[in-house]
Design a protein around this ligand. Structure first.
Ligand SMILES: Cc1cc2nc3c(=O)[nH]c(=O)nc-3n(C[C@H](O)[C@H](O)[C@H](O)COP(=O)(O)OP(=O)(O)OC[C@H]3O[C@@H](n4cnc5c(N)ncnc54)[C@H](O)[C@@H]3O)c2cc1C
Length: 485
């Protein structure tokens, strides 16, 4: 089957019967017509449509070595540096569509599965069938152009004790029974962004380490979202109907859900790792999945920072504050952020090398820094919008106001330096959605946490980074000066 277009994605989304709860109600009808999902479903469909646009098809797809059909470029297993560039161009195209506000464009987890399947020998060391399973799964999602969501984290009940020591041993999803046809899983996981996927992958965390007592929790598998017993409990929807009032949240609220496994049967052929805490602990690093995901994430970070730089610049022009030095400094800092992120991306690709699995892999040193920096920088970008926008962010007539009798006052009193009231309001509504609304706040939380706890990610960087050459440098200086170290 070739790449999907938007129409096919929407049709598949409606046909797939998943158990999904929003606002206390189970979604029983069409998912694509539900107010929480209409906007995001349309956005995702637009991304899929790009794959078959004649002028983009070469950029967005490549020829499958298996079927000879066009398949999504983010499934490409890079062998050369130019393959990484092809991947980057495609990823950036999708990231630009949402200005980086969509975290779960399909390429994010396509990159994950691509890297995992390339490292199938890592899985095979835990059992030959696991190596076959991950390779077959990769081919299956690539050839059917399926969209995946994922869940890595266990419920936030009591973080001071391990999974097996929680009051309820079935709080976190774990194996409850092993059968000839597969394993039965009971418990919960948090959090799965974008539950309107076709498949859910359940992998160990990138940074949380399990001990041997956590064996029943140490697993990796993938199943269709329609699997019996699987339930998605969504947070409150931030999606709104009016694109005028909520330009971002009307289109890009990708939802986040807690996933409940109510005795879910996972077929044998969908299991990649089983009761193997040691292998689970090193999964993302050993396969280099974390590097390829960081590559995708850094490209999206660049797209998002470009958006913030554009937004700040337009706000400054619109209300005539661009000549003030502190405004210039704030915008200059954003230029520094953008060029830093871009440089890390360029450096990661420039120093890419073939990894032990035969895959051209960016240099992680740079991308590891990128993924650690951005969660710390992002809240500052949002803050600048609030600092520059000031009360303008609270002078936001709605679409209804614009159709009402007060419109003539709005046209007169909401004008800006060089723009009409209407243009100014549209810009400031966008700014509020990016930096102030529930959607904007969720974006901040997302950037802080989606790739893992920033504190433990920094700790991982601390432990991974080779600091010995720099210790030596200091020792050499001291010894040149006659001291002993
Ligand atoms: C918007 C959003 C979307 C997300 N989407 C996904 C998704 O699609 N898939 C997915 O798998 N996950 C997703 N996540 C979850 C994300 O992976 C976690 O938020 C992240 O790993 C941190 O875990 P936690 O939220 O459970 O925080 P916790 O681990 O509960 O941490 C809470 C606080 O306690 C501190 N803390 C806790 N334990 C320790 C410790 N041992 N050492 C030091 N400090 C500690 C943390 O630093 C933090 O300040 C998403 C999160 C958000 C906010």
């Amino acid at each position: 089957m070739p790449i999907r277009n938007g129409k096919k994605y929407l049709r598949d989304l409606d046909r797939t019967r998943r158990e999904i709860w929003v606002g206390g109600r189970k979604v029983t009808g069409s998912v694509t017509e539900h107010p929480a999902f209409t906007g995001i479903a349309k956005s995702m469909a637009a991304l899929y449509d790009m794959q078959s646009e004649p002028e983009l098809v070469e950029e967005m797809t490549y020829t499958s070595p298996q079927s000879g059909e066009r398949v999504g470029m983010s499934f490409l297993q890079p062998r050369k540096k130019k393959d990484l560039e092809s991947r980057r161009r495609m990823i950036k195209r999708w990231a630009d569509y949402s200005c980086g506000f969509l975290g779960r464009t399909p390429d994010y987890l396509n990159s994950d599965i691509m890297a995992m399947a390339s490292a199938w020998k890592f899985f095979a060391k835990g059992g030959k069938e696991f190596g076959d399973n991950i390779r077959n799964y990769y081919s299956y999602v690539r050839e059917n152009d399926l969209l995946m969501t994922h869940t890595l984290i266990n419920p936030q009940a009591n973080r001071s004790v391990s999974l097996s020591k929680q009051d309820d041993p079935f709080l976190a999803a774990r194996i409850v029974e092993t059968r000839r046809e597969g394993i039965v899983v009971r418990g919960a996981r948090m959090l799965a962004t974008f539950p309107m996927a076709d498949e859910i992958i359940v992998f160990p965390s990138t940074v949380i380490r399990s001990g041997t007592e956590d064996r029943p929790y140490a697993m990796a598998f993938a199943i269709p979202v329609s699997t019996k017993g699987l339930k998605f409990i969504c947070r409150e929807s931030f999606s709104h109907n009016s694109a005028y009032d909520h330009p971002l949240s009307s289109a890009f609220d990708e939802q986040d859900a807690v996933v409940v496994f109510d005795d879910v049967l996972v077929p044998r052929e969908r299991i990649f790792l089983l009761e193997d805490p040691d292998r689970a602990n090193m999964l993302h690093e050993a396969t280099d999945a974390v590097v390829h995901m960081s590559h995708q994430v850094t490209i999206r970070d660049v797209a998002k920072t470009e958006f913030f730089l554009g937004l700040m610049s337009l706000i400054a022009d619109t209300i005539g504050i661009d000549q003030f030095q502190h405004v210039q400094e704030k915008i200059a800092k954003t230029i520094m952020v953008l060029e830093t992120m871009r440089s890390l991306l360029v450096a990661g690709e420039a120093e890419a090398a073939v990894n032990r699995w035969g895959i051209m892999t960016p240099e992680f040193r740079y991308l590891n820094v990128a993924r650690n920096i951005y969660p710390r920088i992002y809240p500052g970008l949002k803050e600048v919008i609030q600092q520059l926008g000031a009360s303008g962010l609270m002078s936001l007539p709605t679409e209804e106001d614009m159709k009402s009798d007060v419109r003539n006052y709005i046209d007169r009193y909401y004008v800006a330096k060089n723009t009409s009231a209407e243009e100014r309001i549209r810009l400031f509504r966008l700014a509020w959605d990016a930096a102030g609304s529930s959607f904007g706040s969720r974006q901040e939380l997302y950037e802080r946490f989606f790739f893992g706890d920033p504190v433990r990610m920094a700790s991982a960087l601390f432990n991974w980074y080779d600091r010995e050459p720099y210790r030596r440098k200091v020792r050499e200086l001291l010894s040149r000066q006659g001291g002993k170290t």
